[in-house]
Design a protein around this ligand. Structure first.
Ligand code: KG4
Ligand code: ZN
Length: 340
């Protein structure tokens, strides 16, 4: 039984300081994100020490704003939920300390949430009608996991990246192309006008009998293509190169996810994490799966990348299922799904 079904979610695992109030796991009452992207952009990637300091500066104003926008007092809340891993330890500690302090001061239950599970719950927030069993692809800057979910909240990891995460590959290639951080949205933008067949780039582990992914071969091939153009004093056609690179990632992700959906005999696929914002991945996976009668769900753009509404939603479902965490719960930078 819940009081008002209200959960305050807090997310500080990377470079967004975020707080949100969600009701009954599905209604977003507020969703405040203070992004540090502009600060890290000049370094070409997230600088953990700077991220931690910014989280410390911003966490309380962001929480205040989330409560004010939701028109909620701390006393109205049923629980406080915060990301405790995976992520950058300095950032995680800031969000956790804030959440645990509020819970202690107001006598509220505290629930620790796995960031990856949060990304998956962005779909539960956005769509009615999601039903297990299903297959879920979580693709972000730090993770590329293929999951079989026999029921909601239960995760069987059937494949993962053996080297870079999909988002990381986008970001690294974006950086060498001289595009602003993060590279994913930039490459996606350039790819819109490009010819994806112009450069043939490798699809890692596509023919291997595994659901694992590998993007290091693609990264090397892409770098070689860039270097060859430079040596020949030719200008790299950026749109075609971006489209070919994106297509290599989208093609391999789609083929592996679809294979899993057919082998595990599910009717639904969930796409989650920052790379789920990629329009080519969204449309290609949806069209390919539809040919086999499989439905694909992905969150709206603003819920694909890091936010606290997804943490509040995952926290709500864990709370109603009885999860309560002690106030000495520590940050776990390498936390895996299904692990406590
Ligand atoms: O989930 P997220 O916000 O942070 C992590 O938990 O890592 O994901 C950020 C990642 C970055 O690598 C970014 O380049 C990628 O998501 N990303 C995209 C797009 N939007 C964000 N990658 C490809 N296409 C996009 N449109
Ligand atoms: Zn994330």
């Amino acid at each position: 039984m819940t009081k008002n079904g209200l959960v305050l979610g807090i997310e500080t695992s990377c470079d967004e300081t975020a707080a949100a109030v969600v009701q009954n796991g599905r209604t977003i009452r507020s969703n405040v994100i203070a992004s540090q992207v502009d600060i890290h952009q000049r370094f070409g990637g997230v600088v953990p020490e700077i991220a931690s300091r910014k989280h410390i500066e911003w966490i309380m104003p962001v929480i205040d704003e989330a409560l004010v926008k939701a028109e909620v007092d701390l006393g109205d809340l049923d629980a406080v939920a915060a990301t405790y891993g995976p992520g950058l330890v300095g950032g995680l500690l800031v969000g956790l300390a804030a959440a645990k302090s509020l819970a202690f001061a107001r006598g509220l239950p505290f629930v620790g949430v796995n960031h990856i599970e949060g990304h998956i719950y962005a779909n539960i927030l956005a769509h009615a009608g999601i039903q297990a069993p299903l297959v879920c692809l979580t693709v972000s800057g730090g993770h590329t996991d293929l999951l079989y979910m026999p029921e909601l909240g239960t995760y069987d990891i059937i494949g993962r990246t053996r080297d870079d995460a999909a988002g990381e590959a986008f970001d690294k290639i974006g950086r060498v192309l001289g595009l602003p951080y993060p590279g994913g949205p930039q490459i996606s933008h350039w790819a819109e006008q490009g010819n994806r067949e112009r450069f043939l780039l490798p699809r890692g582990l596509l023919d291997a009998d595994t659901y694992d992914f590998s993007f290091s071969g693609l990264k090397t091939a892409a770098l070689n293509t860039m270097n060859q153009a430079k040596q020949r004093d030719e200008e790299l056609p950026l749109a075609d190169f971006a489209a070919s690179f994106q297509w290599a990632v989208v093609d391999v992700l789609t083929q592996k996810v679809l294979k899993a959906a057919l082998v595990y005999d599910v009717e639904q696929i969930l796409l989650s994490g920052g790379v789920a914002a990629n329009t080519s991945l969204r449309s290609h996976l949806t069209e390919t799966a539809a040919k086999h009668g499989v439905q694909v769900f992905y969150p709206p753009f603003d819920l694909c990348t890091d936010n606290a509404a997804m943490i509040a939603s995952a926290g709500y479902y864990r709370y109603v299922n009885g999860q309560r965490d002690p106030l000495n719960l520590n940050a776990v930078p390498g936390l895996r799904l299904g692990q406590r």
